[in-house]
Design a protein. Structure first.
Length: 176
């Protein structure tokens, strides 16, 4: 009679873990504040936000979604550094690129000095973004800014004369 083979349980691979010290926590909070100035934490529609970037990068479990946007972004960065120490650079780079475009559409400018501050903090955390951010061209901010969503919804409920109804409503929603 043949012997039965014993099944051995495979041990799960341990991922590399970055220890979050008090100094790193302070740097992460500073980085979160810098990123919050150029990117929204969440959006209601299909627009750009940090939460969607986290989902695209496979970091949805690091997104807590509680508190103000600086706290949410800080918790995302801390969770990413702690659990996935190889991903913070790609995450921050994606947030910066999307945030620059988002800010330009809103009519805000992102200065080179602001990006240099992000580079400084990332260097102190052990990630180099100098080459990547130097290659980014800062777009000219749009002079046309769309109205807030509540005003755009309000214009749909107001009865307008037919002469105004055709393209004026769409132009208002687009920010003209």
């Amino acid at each position: 009679m043949a012997k039965k083979k014993r099944r051995t349980k495979k041990k799960p691979k341990k991922q590399a873990v970055m220890v979050i010290t008090a100094g790193r926590k302070k740097l992460i909070a500073e980085l979160a504040s810098l990123l919050a100035d150029i990117a929204p934490a969440t959006t209601m529609g299909k627009g750009f936000c940090v939460r969607k970037v986290a989902e695209e990068k496979g970091l949805a479990k690091c997104w807590k979604g509680k508190g103000n946007k600086r706290k949410m972004i800080g918790e995302l960065l801390e969770g990413t550094c702690r659990g996935y120490p190889q991903k913070p650079k790609r995450l921050v780079l994606a947030i910066i690129k999307g945030g620059i475009e988002w800010s330009a559409k809103k009519g805000k400018t992102v200065s080179r000095e602001h990006l240099d501050e992000i580079v400084r903090v990332m260097d102190e955390l052990g990630f180099s973004l100098k080459k990547e951010l130097a290659a980014i061209e800062l777009p000219v901010p749009s002079r046309v800014a769309p109205p807030p969503l509540d005003l755009a919804a309000l214009i749909d409920r107001i009865p307008l004369h037919e002469a105004l109804r055709d393209d004026c409503v769409q132009m208002f929603k687009d920010g003209h």
